[in-house]
Design a protein around this ligand. Structure first.
Ligand code: NOJ
Length: 585
């Protein structure tokens, strides 16, 4: 059994709720969610019982990537409100006993950030090296095809390099061309970021979610060179990831950030690093408390299991893959480090449409998925609307999409003949980030109660049926199931502290595992299909007298012979029993 660390941090049994402010609640009728809108809905979050709110970026931004392109780290974007609105919100969150974590986007800034405006102004500007500037490739004129300093593609289509006519050099942007990458090799960049982080902590925020933080260290040669990536069959660009995913100085940079910003503060803050491509072995290093880097990471393995070579090649999930992946992460971080647990966020399609059934079994599958996730060891994250079982957008036309990644992918694929419009739209319907970005469905009034104006992105028409107001009244709703799961984490120490044992690794329908702590054992079951499925766990008779702590389909009909009743479609159950303690000596 795993022992708790000598000093257990407050977040060990916490649940975090992500607010994507643009789509959460609009207070002033301009169609865009804002800080006063968030403040107006805190009752909902308090009722749900979450401990922490993670606020996606609200800083000043040209909104090329919905705020992940920041032009002033110390100002609130006018579309979201003012610093005063922010302080009022923060005080209210604290008064309700919750905490607030900010998004920290420092792999890149906006091209409209004064640092970049200065940097691009001339080759000898003091801030020139704050970003990655490189001349055209030897022997090719700037602007000619192939002149880019490396062959890397950007995550948002096209090359990762943009020619700047003023100085005739290229700058690096792993995301949009309005998101130039900061050069973390430069000590002044790091100092400026640390100072800005301290400024927010001094204002009272409780931590940071760090955007693509494992991309900040680039593998740069002593002569300043960056290396071309491999171009796989059918790809338009080289894969630059080996040059910047968990680069050579990443641990040094995060340790330094911890020392300069986090260490020695009177209140324990929460840091979570978003880390695409991170492995279990990396994550152990990043989250080992002795190393003082971050508290936990967002890994991406489980949300890539239904992807082919690219994220747009979607195929159905094999449950055994999900178990193998989660099982490895649970085992890897069992004694050192810590997991974060998530299905949804603003970059992922809605889980009930993805791994569940958003038709006939929407509520059952949404609650089963929640149960399985929340009973793992780690810190669960709930993304706005997930607690209502909100579904994918099911958009039909390209003009309904707003997300830069989706819109650019469609245009580039069409331009290069990589797919027919119908197939591309099908891919977007399955994986576009806009699936998660339709407005939160508060009630059955116009625009789901999100805005009195015209929403910046269409509201899902199913809001008349799926909405918070209806679910709060209904004890059997997805909302109340999430509420109970969160309560369980707060009241049953085995949920946060217990060890984890995966069962039935080869079963392609039933997800089953055990949690154990201090004389208490839980058996968690989830049926990932629309059929009735038997539960063949070892020693099933031990569970004959166990208490059914939480189910999503009412009490099952008992079966004779000490067997566990079969699971109905998408059913989940949590059983609890006391286990005899072995006394040493
Ligand atoms: C990850 C964020 O979650 C995503 O929304 C954003 O587009 C990229 N990082 C770039 O900041």
């Amino acid at each position: 059994m795993t022992s708790p660390a000598p000093e257990v941090p407050w977040w060990i049994d916490a649940v975090v709720y992500q607010v994507y402010p643009r789509s959460f609640a609009d207070s002033d009728g301009d169609g865009v969610g804002d800080l006063r809108g968030v403040a107006s809905r805190l009752d909902h979050l308090e009722r749900l019982g979450v401990d922490v709110i993670w606020l996606s970026p609200v800083y000043r931004s040209p909104h090329d990537d919905n705020g992940y392109d920041i032009s002033d780290y110390r100002a609130i974007d006018p579309s979201f409100g003012t610093l005063e609105d922010f302080d009022v919100l923060l005080a209210d969150v604290h008064a309700r006993g919750m905490r607030l974590v900010m998004d920290l986007v420092v792999n890149h800034t906006s091209d409209e950030h004064p640092w970049f405006v200065e940097s691009r102004s001339s080759t000898d500007n003091p801030k020139r090296d704050w970003y990655w500037w490189r001349p055209a490739r030897d022997g090719i004129a700037p602007g000619e095809p192939g002149a880019e300093p490396t062959n890397w593609g950007s995550f948002f289509s096209g090359s990762a390099w943009q020619l700047d006519e003023r100085t005739g050099e290229y700058y690096l942007h792993l995301f949009s061309r309005k998101q130039p990458d900061l050069n973390w090799e430069h000590p002044e960049v790091r100092r400026a970021v640390h100072e800005m982080m301290r400024w927010w902590l001094d204002r009272g925020v409780d931590g940071f979610r760090m955007d693509v933080i494992n991309f900040i260290s680039k593998d740069v040669g002593a002569d300043g060179s960056l290396t071309d990536g491999i171009v796989v069959d059918g790809a338009l660009y080289g894969d630059g990831r080996p040059s910047y995913v968990c680069g050579p100085r990443i641990h040094e940079f995060l340790h330094e950030m911890h020392r300069e910003v986090v260490a020695g503060r009177p209140d324990r803050i929460l840091t979570v690093g978003e880390m695409p491509e991170v492995t279990v072995e990396d994550a152990i290093l990043f989250t080992d408390p002795e190393r003082h880097e971050v508290d936990m990471v967002f890994q991406f393995e489980h949300v890539g299991l239904d992807h082919g070579a690219a994220k747009w090649d979607v195929h159905p999930l094999r449950l055994t893959d999900l178990k193998a992946s989660f099982g490895r992460w649970q085992a890897g971080l069992a004694s050192v480090g810590w997991n974060s647990l998530y299905w949804d966020n603003h970059d992922q399609p809605r889980i009930v449409s993805r791994f569940g059934d958003d038709g006939e079994y929407r509520e059952r599958s949404a609650t089963m998925l929640a149960t399985v996730l929340h009973l793992h060891r780690g810190t669960p994250y709930v993304y706005q609307g997930e607690e209502l079982g909100m579904t994918n957008a099911h958009f039909e036309r390209i003009d309904q999409y707003r997300d830069i990644e989706s819109v650019n992918f469609y245009a580039e694929a069409l331009e290069h003949g990589l797919g027919l419009p119908a197939a591309l739209l099908e891919a977007l319907r399955a994986v576009s980030r806009d699936n998660a970005r339709t407005p939160v469905q508060w009630d059955a009034s116009a625009n789901a109660g999100f805005t009195t104006g015209t929403p910046w992105i269409e509201v899902n028409p199913n809001y008349t049926e799926i909405n918070a107001a209806a679910q709060q009244e209904d004890p059997g709703s997805v909302f109340h199931h999430y509420r109970r799961l969160i309560e369980l984490r707060h009241t049953e120490p085995v949920v946060s502290l217990g060890d984890f044992t995966m069962l039935l690794a080869e079963d392609d329908a039933v997800y089953a595992f055990l949690r154990r702590w201090d004389g208490i054992e839980l058996l968690v079951l989830g049926n990932f299909t629309s059929q009735v499925r038997p539960v063949d766990v070892p020693d099933a008779h031990r569970w004959a007298e166990a208490e059914l702590l939480l189910g999503n389909a009412g009490d099952p009909t008992p079966v004779p012979g000490g067997r566990i009743p079969a699971l109905r479609p998408w059913e989940s159950r949590i059983y609890r029993r006391a286990v005899p303690q072995v006394v040493d000596g």
